[in-house]
Design a protein around this ligand. Structure first.
Ligand code: ADP
Ligand code: NA
Length: 334
């Protein structure tokens, strides 16, 4: 009944990390190139102001940088729709309706809300609380059926399904699809390189160890060399990485970069010490990531090219579904 369609978004909240790449963007490109789904990707700038109101110039720069990241990672505006959330006002219109569908109790149970609001929820913005309803609107306004995301978004996607189901039930129509999260691969949750119990995040300004997609080859190699590990060699079985979060994180990163599984990485490297394994990991990371950072740097020097690309070619849009809005999806870098 619903066209197979992928939607996903990334916040222009400054910097893109290895976690964003392996958990989201790399898989966006795979799904785009598979040709089995329409693919719609969004720079969700309205989400980026929920934690802290950004200066407009900063938000604009972040959005251009994110756009450069999408292109450098392999998103092709001929094959995918790539656009900026705030330029399609229907996202916020549907979000309002979803604010009236979602229950306070559902929203209050969101762990990301609890983490981000911290102890002082009274001082958090209303937007931070309503964030997942806007996210549901981003997805459902295109009647997207599949949403590739990192593991941290799983709960928000369950909420998206609950909102769609309640709307459909209350109005007695099968209007919105019940969206499938696509949380796949070896690195659905890339962890902090100094503390394998914490997520690597671009929204965490205190994390100086994260690998950014703009990092030079030297910086990537240095951060991997410095990553925390333990003195034991790599085990033979992936199950034996249990209880070794830092070790497991590096194996998962290697597997995702090499398009393989953690077990296959161990089949190759069992018995190696981390000093040795990190050399191999740095090699593959530089190999896969440095071209992205080079292309991002090139685009950064020519912001007009980003604006031009999305002014002339980024016009494709979801066709043939009447409930869709008729947005102008051109990226103008506002
Ligand atoms: P961040 O959490 O870095 O601010 P966003 O909230 O914009 O990033 O998330 C963009 C996408 O990147 C989401 O699909 C999210 O699940 C994914 N993502 C973010 N951090 C990681 C991570 N450490 N590992 C895997 N995926 C991640
Ligand atoms: Na996130």
């Amino acid at each position: 009944q619903f066209t197979p369609r992928v939607f996903s978004g990334i916040q222009p909240s400054g910097g893109l990390t290895l976690g964003n790449y392996l958990g989201a963007m790399k898989r966006f490109v795979t799904m785009q190139d598979a040709g089995t789904h329409e693919t719609v990707y969004c720079m969700v700038d309205l989400h980026a102001i929920t934690a802290k109101l950004l200066d407009p110039a900063e938000l604009r720069d972040n959005t251009r940088e994110l756009c450069a990241g999408f292109i450098a990672a392999g998103i092709d505006p001929e094959k995918s729709i790539l656009f900026n959330q705030s330029q399609v006002p229907e996202h916020t219109q549907l979000a309002w309706i979803f604010n009236c569908v979602a229950r306070m109790g559902w929203m209050g149970r969101m762990t990301q809300w609890k983490d981000k609001a911290g102890k002082n929820a009274e001082a958090a913005s209303l937007g931070l609380f309503a964030y997942p309803a806007l996210m549901a609107a981003d997805i459902l306004i295109y009647h997207a059926t599949h949403v590739p995301v990192g593991d941290d978004q799983k709960q928000h996607l369950e909420l998206t399904r609950d909102i769609a189901a309640k709307f459909n039930h209350d109005y007695g129509v099968a209007f919105f699809p019940i969206t499938e999260p696509v949380i796949e691969g070896a690195a659905t949750r890339v962890m902090n390189l100094q503390d394998g119990t914490k997520k690597m995040s671009k929204s965490d300004p205190s994390d100086k160890t994260r690998i950014n997609l703009t990092d030079s080859a030297d910086a990537i190699a240095r951060k991997i060399r410095k990553a925390k590990t333990d003195p034991d060699p790599l085990p033979e079985a992936a199950a034996d990485l249990e209880g070794r979060p830092d070790a497991r994180n590096l194996v998962n990163i290697y597997a995702a970069l090499a398009d393989t599984t953690p077990q296959q990485v161990l089949d190759q490297h069992a018995g190696a010490l981390f000093g040795h394994f990190k050399v191999a990991l740095a090699d593959i990371a530089v190999d896969k990531l440095a071209p992205i950072s080079t292309e991002m740097a090139r685009l950064k020097n020519d912001p007009a090219e980003i604006d031009r690309t999305f002014g002339s070619r980024g016009r494709t849009r979801p066709r043939d579904r009447r409930p869709d809005p008729e947005p102008d999806l051109r990226y103008r870098g506002h």
